[in-house]
Every structure is written in C-alpha cells, then in structure tokens.
Design a protein around this ligand. Structure first.
Ligand code: ADP
Ligand code: MG
Ligand code: ZN
Length: 477
C-alpha cells in the first residue's frame, strides 16, 4: 500500500480585544454573575437593532494587514441560521461573501528546518454564542448570555499543513502576532484563541483530498498536536482495513488522549445564509487602512531580529518576546540606560521571574523601566556590585523607590577605594596564615576563600574585581 499523507486545514477563532460587544454596548468582561452583561440586542429580542462596533472592524483589518491579506473596502454581515439554546436570536451574525479579509498567509519553519508558506483562505468577523451551564445537582441546564455577542474573528487556512509539528508552529506564531498587535488578549484558558482542526489522509503524491474529520475547539497548542497525532493513526487504521472515513465532527479528550465522534455530517446544518438586513456593510476606508498601516507595531519576527542585533542572546530574546509587554518595558529602560545586555539580564534574571510569581506584566510592577535602568546604571558606574544590586532588587520590586537612595540607606555602596580594600585584605591575610601559606605554595583556589572573607567583611560592598587584584598582589608579595 502507498504511504498515506496527512492533509490539515485550520479554522481559528480569536476573541477581539474590545471593551464592548460586537453589536451593542454591553461589556465583554468575563467572570461576573451570569446574565449581567446583556441587553435586548445580545439576548436576541425581536426588533432590537444592532450597531457594529467600529473598534472590532479595525482590529480585524489590522490582523489582515499583518497577515498579508487583501482587506476589502466593503464586506457584509450575513445571518447563519441554526437553533441552539445559547443562541436566542436563532442565527449567528457572521460573514460569508465577501468577508473582511481574503488571502494572505504566514511562513513557518517545519521540523526539518525548511520554510513553508501556509496560505490563508479568509478572515471574517462574527459574534460568539452564549453558554449552556449544566447543573447536575438540580438536573437542569441553564443559559448564560454574558458571552453572547462577543466579537470574534475566524481565520481559515487552506489545507496546507502536513504534520502536527507544522500546525503547532503556525498556531504559536499566529498567536504571538495577534497578541503583539493587541488584536486579542489571547488568553488560551479563557478560550480567547481556539482552533478547529480539519484533517484527512490521502496517498502521498496524489492531489485529490480525502474525506475529512473536524476536531472542534482545541484551546491548547499541545492538544491540537496530540489530537492530530491520534487522528493520523485512527484514520490510517481505517484505510488499512479498507473501511471508509466518515465525515464527522469530533472532540478531543485530553485525559484519554483520543478523539471521539460528536456528530456526523448527515446531521449537518443547512445554515441558509442570507445578508443580515439590519446592518449596513462593513466599510474599511483607504484612510482607515493607511492609518492602521502607519500604526502597525514591529511584528514578533522583526523584534526578534532587532534584539539579537542589539546583542541579546537567543534565550533572552525568546523570554522577552514570550512575556506580555516585556519588550515595551525593555525599550523604555533602554532610553535611560543604553546597555541592552545589562537591561535584558536584569529583566530575565530578576524582574520577569518576580512578575511571573505575582502574575503581573512588568509594565504594572512597582519598579518602572526608569527604576530598573537606574539600578543598572549604579552597576555600570561601579557604585553597586552585582551582588549588592541583586540584594536590593526584592525591596525595589515590592516597594518601588530610588535605587541610589536605597543603596545609601543600606550602606551597600560599592567600595572601590583601593586603600580601604587593601586595609581589609591585610587584616584578613594576617588572620589566616595557614591559607596564605597554602596559596603561596601554589594552591591558587584558596584565593576564592580570601575573596569570600573580604566580601563578608565589607558586607558585600567591596568591588570584587578590585578585591581580587589587591588580594593577589598582597599574597604574592
Ligand atoms: P466548513 O466551513 O464546512 O468547515 P471549509 O471549506 O470552510 O468547510 O473548510 C474548513 C477548513 O477545512 C479549511 O481550513 C480547509 O482548508 C479545511 N479542509 C477542507 N477540506 C479538507 C480536507 N479534505 N482535508 C483536510 N482539510 C480540509
Ligand atoms: Mg468548519
Ligand atoms: Zn448587549
């Protein structure tokens, strides 16, 4: 039998970063009491008139620009009709033809290091449904409409993926771009970036697409990869046995690492799409497009290249890019202390771990970029040695304040006065004649003992480089 090749296409739903819903002014806030952010529009009352949120349109266009799509000057909303208890209007407001963006794509690097271009089919705007809450105790299903009407974009790719690795790579890259653009907050655990995987197999080297299954609602990159691996084996097994793949919707169960059938396409809906008569066309004027282009921030790939250019290590670059608003913090700190490596090191070793522990963005920490830069400056001009600076950090992070003043108050200003250090070194050598003899007999590692003693005597304030030099000189004399 010929080798079977996986063919995969994705549909990604991303929640747009807006304060209010797509067609009304209810808040998109999550976590509040059920049905507290609803009105006649988002609860689907007959006769209620929707109005399009301009910010959602801008965010969708921005995503399209960053992904190389053609952004249509004019697109329309359509009603996608189906019945579900959490969809009170009886239709979802979505876009069929034309959508706001068409074409475009994203280049990824596959497992073998080769570059692959994944084409996008389209990006369209739509609203989210509410939520059914199953109350086991009361034996009831309740409906919460707080999420109903929340703006989404759906990004649809062409069936260009050939492995789970490519899919995960693509999802990570797409997520990073959309978060960087602030198109979405991208919180995976809140379902703000979730994907449906369409997958089929075909004999390698042939063109015709096989029968596909669609695995719904994967909100983790890893689960998407695992679901694909499972499907490749399951569908491969069917081909081996000569059994047909049934076109159906499946769910991934992470606990059992398997996908299970949810519904077959026989029950598939006929959505009877038609233009939503209550809404005017979505218009993206050339002026708006020009403004969005001008406002476009550096994309993750560009930031990465710049940080490497500035002398950061690949690890530091990855960490800064990975944390929300860390690059913004870094850039601001650099305006005050133009030492990229020093700023990045302080962030990666001190600031970002502390922020992660407290679950805050560095921009919200009590130590602003100016403060971190000031601390770095004290190190650069030898006022503080590394150890003293690192010892001051926790207090600066907890309470903020001026690093120079805190250093003075704590008496940890670095001693770079050769006279003072020589005096301390002489005392220490005199008090430890055995170790001094060992050093003179050639046991050079005893030097670190003396350095340690001197740092201790100076309460950590001695300039370590100078301390080393002075000790070597005295011990050798
Ligand atoms: P639908 O909206 O009915 O799910 P679409 O034609 O919009 O179908 O396709 C949805 C996604 O499925 C796209 O990413 C597309 O590339 C992918 N796709 C379509 N047919 C196949 C197939 N036979 N195998 C794998 N992926 C497919
Ligand atoms: Mg689909
Ligand atoms: Zn509302």
């Amino acid at each position: 039998m010929s080798r079977m090749e996986p063919v995969i296409g994705l549909e990604i739903h991303t929640q747009l970063n807006t304060a209010t819903k797509l067609f009304c002014s209810c808040a998109t806030e999550v976590g509040d009491q059920p049905n507290t952010h609803i009105c006649e529009v988002c609860s689907g009352q007959p006769g209620a008139l929707p109005r399009t949120n301009g910010r959602a349109v801008e965010l969708a266009a921005k995503a399209g620009l960053a992904l190389g799509c053609k952004v249509n000057e004019r697109s329309i909303f359509s009603r996608k009709n189906y019945f579900y208890p959490d969809l009170p209007a009886g239709f979802q407001t979505s876009q069929l033809d034309p959508p706001i963006c068409e074409g475009g794509g994203l280049e990824i690097v596959d497992e073998d290091g080769g570059k692959r271009f994944i084409r996008l089919n389209r990006i369209h705007l739509e609203d989210d449904a509410g939520k059914c809450v199953h109350d086991e105790q009361r034996g009831q299903t309740l409906v919460d409409l707080n999420r109903a009407g929340t703006p989404l974009i759906e990004i649809v790719t062409e069936p260009d993926f050939r492995s789970s690795g490519e899919v995960m790579e693509f999802l990570k890259k797409l997520h990073a771009i959309l978060v960087r653009l602030e198109v979405t907050q991208g919180r995976l655990e809140e379902g703000e970036f979730r994907c449906d995987v369409n997958i089929s197999l075909r004999p390698a080297g042939t063109e015709k697409l096989g029968t596909r299954c669609e695995i719904k609602n994967l909100n983790s990159f890893r689960h998407a990869g695992q679901a694909i691996e499972y499907e490749i084996i399951r569908q491969g097994g069917l081909y081996d046995k000569g059994e047909p793949v049934i076109q159906e919707t499946r769910l991934f169960d992470p606990a059992h690492q398997e996908t299970r059938a949810l519904r077959s396409k026989e029950e598939a809906h006929d959505y009877r799409y038609f233009p939503q008569p209550d809404l005017p066309p979505v218009v993206v004027t050339p002026e708006l497009l020009a403004r969005l282009k001008a406002e476009m921030p550096e994309l993750p790939e560009e930031v990465k290249a710049r940080l490497l250019e500035e002398g950061l290590t690949a690890e530091q670059t990855d960490v800064l890019l990975d944390r929300r608003r860390a690059v913004e913090y870094y850039d601001l700190a650099l305006k005050i202390l133009n030492e990229p490596k020093r700023v990045a090191t302080l962030m990666v070793e001190l600031l970002l771990p502390a922020c992660q522990r407290d679950d805050i963005s560095p921009m919200d920490s009590k130590l602003p970029p100016e403060g971190l830069a000031a601390l770095g400056k004290l190190m650069a001009d030898n006022t503080l040695n590394r150890r003293a600076a690192y010892d001051l950090f926790p207090e600066l992070f907890e309470r903020g304040g001026d690093p120079a003043e805190l250093a003075k108050a704590k008496g940890v200003i670095q001693i770079s006065d050769a006279g003072a250090i020589t005096a301390m070194a002489e005392e220490i050598i005199a008090a430890n004649p055995d170790q001094a003899r060992q050093y003179r007999e050639g046991q050079e590692k005893v030097l670190s003992f003396f350095v340690g003693q001197l740092m201790k005597r100076s309460k950590g304030a001695a300039n370590p480089k100078l301390a080393n030099e002075v000790l070597v000189k005295l011990l050798k004399s």
